[in-house]
Each structure stands twice: as structure tokens, then as C-alpha cells.
Ligand binder design. Structure first.
Ligand code: PLP
Length: 395
């Protein structure tokens, strides 16, 4: 064996188990992909169309720029300046093949003396990334004891306790809990991450998915060049095109240069046609319409499933954002056992244990928790979905 073994990221682990049990790939027609984190890839009510073809010149068949092509980087910077009053340029934008590689590259180049600070309940692959990179980390409590809603004072405590350089990492809205920091709280999180010894990765993959409207830390950052802040965005969720594999990191110019160098060694840039496609999606009037449509459509879905899942006896702790419900199964049922029952209906949820940044398994506080995704499901499947969940909870 020449290569070091490494297991798949948790969501994929569930996909592979599902495939073994059902013979289907989750997400295929006829399956119920409640474990998966993708949005509907069709036009939403009141939303713009999603083009099914693009035109590009022969020049787009050349190698892309290592940092991302200028029209896309310009469209991204214009977007943040327009909607969040930011004052960035394309030199603050590095384009990656999705959000995950941007997060990975940031952690990869993190200086050895920086301590990572992360919530106890977070996006599954953060755990894998920290493990593979051998990064020690300090945990901020996020569990049933605080209803998965850590306060800024908890962050303050974790940062101060370390008494050294710290980098916070937080998905906002949080995957899996949907808890969203906005307004003064988000401003406080940004303030806490300012200064030479402080920094943060704020992962805004679900930026559009917030009950009161899209949310970004960019609204609270005056001059990103003076910070160690890394704001992650992607076309994956809000723009509804996970297949385009396009994401970005907004950061100080000096860090964007490092990402350029990383790309020149390890990525070779991102598909030019994908960049052309995504730049078109960011046209200001179009994206305004998309933001509104996503908020309205997914608010309805969040509310409908909040009522539906609660009526099944699932105790929900979901916040105001994201496209997941986060809750506790009744009668001590574990998420693993629940999934075995769901597989018979070609359905699956994500076991909460995969969001436990301590990975304590069923004996930890996440054993009976599930993440139910309403991102990829059509509203007309609601009745049948709730019926299956009720049946599987009965036994
Ligand atoms: C919290 C969070 N960050 C980032 C991503 C980025 O995903 P991708 O690499 O598919 O763009 C996801 C997707 O599931 C996510 O849930």
C-alpha cells in the first residue's frame, strides 16, 4: 500500500451505505435524497431561469487563469459591493472548484502556530480536513445544553483561553443546525476575528437561505486587506448550480496571491466554461431576483417541514437559515437505525453523529439527532415524505 488510507467524507459515507442497501445512487429519480445538501436545480417560482446552454469563444478553451478569470472575479466583487456595501476588487477574489477546495486551501496554508476554533456541531468535512492536516482545534460548545446556539461570549472565552493566534471556522447559516448569525451578532463575530493574532473562515455556502434575507459577513468588514478573514462563497446552493463546481474565497490581496500560487501547483484553475456560466448568473438584476426567489421558496419549505416533522414527534432545534432541519428522534431511536428503515423506501437522512466535531458516535449527544435536507425535494412530495417518516418512526 503506497497511499495513506482515508475514509470518505460523512455525507458520502451515507451515500455509499444507501447505494449498498438500495442499489441506487441517492439523488437519482425515485430516491428521496434527504441526506444530501443540494438545492433544486430548476427555476423557482418568481426566480430567473437556469440556462441549459452557454455560448463561449474558442479562447475559453485555453487554460484558465490560476486565480480565476477576470470577468468572473469582477462579477463576484461587484456582487458583494452591490448587496453588502463592501469595497473589494477582483484582487480580493480567488476562484476554486467549489467551496470545499477553498476551505481546504486556507487550512492547508495556515501557519503552524494558529489554533483553529470550531463549534461542536458543524459541517461534516471540517472534521476530515482538520484531521488530514493534523490541526489541533478548540471546540466551542454547541449541543443540546445550549440548544446548539453558542454565544459570542463562548467564542470569546475559547479565543482568550488559548492566548495565541486563533482562526475561527464557522458555517453561517450553520450546516447542519440552520442557526444563523446576523446583524450585531455577526458584527461581533467579525470584530472578534480582527487583529494580527485573530482570523476566521466564515463559510457562506447558504448565504441566500435565511428567513429574513441573505446574510454575509462582508456587510461588516470595512477593509478586508487589513484582516485575516476568509469569506467562502459558492454557486453551489444559492445560485442552484452544484454541478458547475464553482466557489470562491474573498480575502486580503496577499492571501489571494497565495491561492493563485496554490492553483498553479495543484488545481490549474477552474473550467473556463463553468466560469462563464456563473459570471452570467451574477448579473445584478438576475441575482437580485434569484436571492428573493430562494428566500421565499425555501422559507415555505422550512416552515412546512417544521410543522410536518414536529407532528411526527421529532424535536426540532433548527435556526432561521439553511435548507436542513436539525432535530432529535423520539423514543431513543438512533439515526443509524432510522436510516436502515428509511432505506427500504429509498430514503435517507444524515446521521447527526457525522456533524459531531468530537466524533463520539451514538454514545455522544448527537446519537439521536438527524439532519433532514429539504433542499432537493419538490413541494408536491411533502405528503408522501411525512407519511414515510411517520411509518419509519413507528418501527
Ligand atoms: C457548509 C458548507 N460549506 C461549503 C459547501 C460547499 O460545497 P461545494 O464544495 O460543493 O461548493 C457546502 C456544501 O455542502 C456546505 O454545506
Amino acid at each position: 500500500m503506497f497511499l495513506q488510507n482515508f475514509p470518505p467524507m460523512g455525507v458520502y459515507e451515507t451515500l455509499f451505505k444507501f447505494q449498498d442497501a438500495t442499489g441506487h445512487y441517492m439523488g437519482d429519480v425515485g430516491t428521496k435524497p434527504w441526506a444530501q445538501g443540494f438545492p433544486l436545480t430548476r427555476q423557482l417560482p418568481g426566480g430567473p431561469t437556469l440556462p441549459l446552454s452557454i455560448e463561449f469563444a474558442a479562447t475559453e478553451l485555453k487554460y484558465p487563469n490560476a486565480t480565476g478569470n477576470e470577468p468572473l472575479r469582477k462579477a463576484i466583487s461587484k456582487y458583494y459591493n452591490q448587496f453588502y456595501g463592501a469595497s473589494i476588487t477582483e484582487d480580493n477574489v480567488a476562484v476554486f472548484a467549489g467551496g470545499r477546495p477553498g476551505i481546504f486551501a486556507t487550512l492547508l496554508f495556515l501557519q503552524k502556530d494558529v489554533e483553529v476554533v470550531i463549534e461542536e456541531t458543524e459541517y461534516t468535512p471540517y472534521f476530515d480536513k482538520l484531521k488530514i492536516l493534523g490541526r489541533s482545534h478548540t471546540i466551542v460548545p454547541s449541543n443540546p445544553g445550549n440548544n446548539f446556539r453558542p454565544k459570542i461570549s463562548d467564542y470569546n472565552k475559547a479565543v482568550k483561553e488559548k492566548g495565541k493566534k486563533t482562526l475561527l471556522i464557522r458555517s453561517n447559516p450553520c450546516n447542519p443546525t440552520g442557526v444563523t448569525m446576523a446583524g450585531q451578532e455577526l458584527q461581533d463575530l467579525v470584530n472578534l476575528s480582527m487583529g494580527d493574532d485573530r482570523g476566521a473562515i466564515i463559510d457562506e455556502a447558504y448565504e441566500f437561505f435565511n428567513a429574513s434575507g441573505p446574510v454575509s459577513a462582508m456587510e461588516h468588514i470595512r477593509n478586508i486587506d487589513d484582516t485575516n478573514l476568509f469569506i467562502i462563497g459558492a454557486a453551489t446552493k444559492g445560485l442552484q448550480v452544484p454541478g458547475m463546481r464553482t466557489g470562491w474565497v474573498i480575502a486580503s490581496k496577499k492571501y489571494v496571491e497565495i491561492f493563485r500560487n496554490f492553483s498553479s501547483i495543484a488545481m490549474g484553475g477552474v473550467s473556463r466554461p463553468a466560469q462563464v456560466y456563473v459570471a452570467n448568473l451574477l448579473e445584478i438584476e438576475r441575482v437580485k431576483q434569484a436571492r428573493n426567489a430562494v428566500v421565499n421558496f425555501y422559507n415555505d419549505q422550512r416552515k412546512a417541514y417544521q410543522e410536518g416533522l414536529a407532528s411526527c414527534g421529532i424535536e426540532l432545534c433548527t435556526g432561521e437559515g439553511g435548507f436542513y432541519h436539525w432535530g432529535k428522534l423520539p423514543n431513543g431511536l438512533t439515526a443509524e437505525a432510522f436510516n436502515k428503515r428509511l432505506f427500504k423506501h429509498k430514503a435517507a437522512i444524515l446521521p447527526g453523529t457525522l456533524c459531531d466535531m468530537h466524533r463520539r458516535g451514538d454514545s455522544g449527544p448527537h446519537g439521536n439527532f438527524i439532519r433532514f435536507s429539504f433542499g432537493p425535494i419538490e413541494p408536491d412530495s411533502y405528503g408522501e415524505n411525512i407519511r414515510i417518516i411517520k411509518e419509519c418512526l413507528r418501527g
